[in-house]
Write a new protein. Structure first.
Length: 444
């Protein structure tokens, strides 16, 4: 099989091989190429040690950021390419990185230390594919399998546990039996991994096409770093609108929502407050009053614990708070909802509501989807007519009010706030003349 490699990669490999060293494209770029996918980046492995790489390629455009572990980065046309020396790893004491590495001259030995067979494949145009652990066969069978002993691989680097789930979710592959058993067994090792790395992998798991299967099969793994989901698993809702337990409903909502990072996170956390709010009435019907607000508070705590950026938190929390909002499908009430949430987030709220409905009882879905579409129609109409959902969207500003002889800053602020509230309630249109006329008639 011939893999189409970028010219820069070919050039790097040629320079190293012409100097008497072995060099190959390796890892995910080879895997993706075999699958007919376009690689996001290209990594190169070589028998040349870092100082030899520097000598062959010259020090210009070289970043010596990982030289200790055998990696240098070369910039070609401003694109970085990592070049790593064949190596074997020393002892892992922190379940993350080896204490030291030993440079070797054997490609087979280098590939033996890698995580999964699908990532332990090397290629260059002269030799073709080098695949000592049947990674190509596993790609064909669509399975994720550790290179060698799974327990050893996961004890070396516990982050590989989430990487396995991420590859399964992203590629739609099944995790091989022994590898899967080892993941469940060694999941507690994730406690040794930094929150930032966990959040990065977790988000990518949510974004995969196979996320539903992965979340259902590996809920115990997710619960290691988000223990708040444990009460959701198997918790029946005793409600005619639901046919799934809280966890299964949540997972199906994640799979149903658009594949956007914020929406996937919202769907995952939207019902996390339900177990703490659950009550059953005298008819045996389950209720979860207050779960959006509590869920938002819990989610904020979890996301901060996982070192999530503030921009993400500021988007996710209000969407969870309002995901169960049941405003009447009339313009006045929808304008209030939009103003409360913030206009940029409202389309995402509709997508979250839709996914939530799709993960409920099929017999009640049609009516809910009809309601959501009505909300969408009203929203789009309000956008078209230019409704001001915030003060800054008003067609007049403080300078316009000052031309009417009003100069006190606090008074101007109050006037603008009042005008915006009147627009939301339908008393005024967001029209310059009408707004200025309203100011003139105000008792100030």
């Amino acid at each position: 099989m011939i893999i189409k490699t970028p010219t820069e990669v070919k050039n790097i490999i040629k320079l190293l091989t012409d100097a008497g060293y072995e060099a190959y494209a390796v890892g995910g770029c080879v895997r993706d190429s075999i699958m007919g996918m376009t690689p996001h980046d290209w990594d190169i492995c070589t028998s040349a040690e870092p100082k030899e790489v520097l000598f062959v390629l010259g020090k210009k455009n070289i970043v010596k950021n990982g030289e200790k572990h055998g990696t240098v980065t070369v910039l070609f046309n401003r694109i970085p390419y990592e070049i790593t020396t064949f190596r074997s790893d020393g002892e892992y004491r922190d379940h993350r990185r080896p204490e030291n590495v030993c440079f070797v001259r054997s490609l087979r030995e280098d590939l033996a230390r890698r995580d999964f067979t699908v990532n332990a494949i090397a290629y260059n145009d002269s030799t073709g594919i080098c695949d000592y652990y049947d990674g190509a066969g596993d790609i064909e069978k669509k399975i994720i399998r550790c290179v060698g002993d799974p327990d050893k691989r996961f004890n070396e680097d516990a982050l590989r546990i989430l990487r396995a789930l991420r590859f399964s979710s992203r590629l739609g592959f099944t995790i091989e039996k022994k590898t899967s058993e080892s993941i469940h067994k060694n999941a507690p090792l994730l406690k040794s991994i930094s929150s930032e790395r966990i959040m990065s992998e977790f988000t990518q798991i949510l974004m995969g096409k196979n996320t539903e299967r992965v979340l259902l099969d590996y809920s115990d793994v997710i619960a290691v770093f988000i223990p708040e989901i444990k009460p959701m698993i198997g918790m029946q809702q005793h409600n005619p609108h639901h046919i799934y337990d809280v966890w299964t409903h949540t997972v199906k909502a994640v799979a149903a929502v658009k594949n956007e990072r914020i929406l996937r996170l919202c769907a995952f956390f939207h019902d996390i407050g339900k177990p703490r709010c659950a009550t059953i009435d005298d008819r045996g019907i389950g209720h979860f009053k207050g779960h959006p607000s509590l869920g938002a508070d819990m989610t904020r705590t979890i996301l901060r614990r996982l070192k999530t950026d503030n921009k993400t938190i500021d988007s996710v929390i209000p969407l969870i708070e309002m995901h169960d909002d049941r405003a009447l499908p009339e313009p006045k009430y929808i304008r209030r909802s939009i103003a409360k949430l913030g206009e940029p987030l409202y389309p995402q709220l509709l997508e979250l509501k839709k996914a939530d409905a799709m993960a409920q009882n099929p017999e009640t879905i049609a009516e809910k989807l009809e309601y959501i579409e009505k909300l969408r129609e009203i929203y789009e109409n309000e956008i078209q007519i230019g409704t001001a959902f915030s003060v800054r969207e008003l067609r007049i500003n403080g300078n316009d009010i000052m031309t009417l002889g009003i100069t006190d800053g606090k008074t101007i602020g109050k006037i603008l706030t009042q005008l915006q509230a009147m627009v939301i309630d339908g008393q005024l249109k967001n029209n310059r003349e009408e707004l200025l006329g309203a100011v003139k008639n105000m008792e100030i």
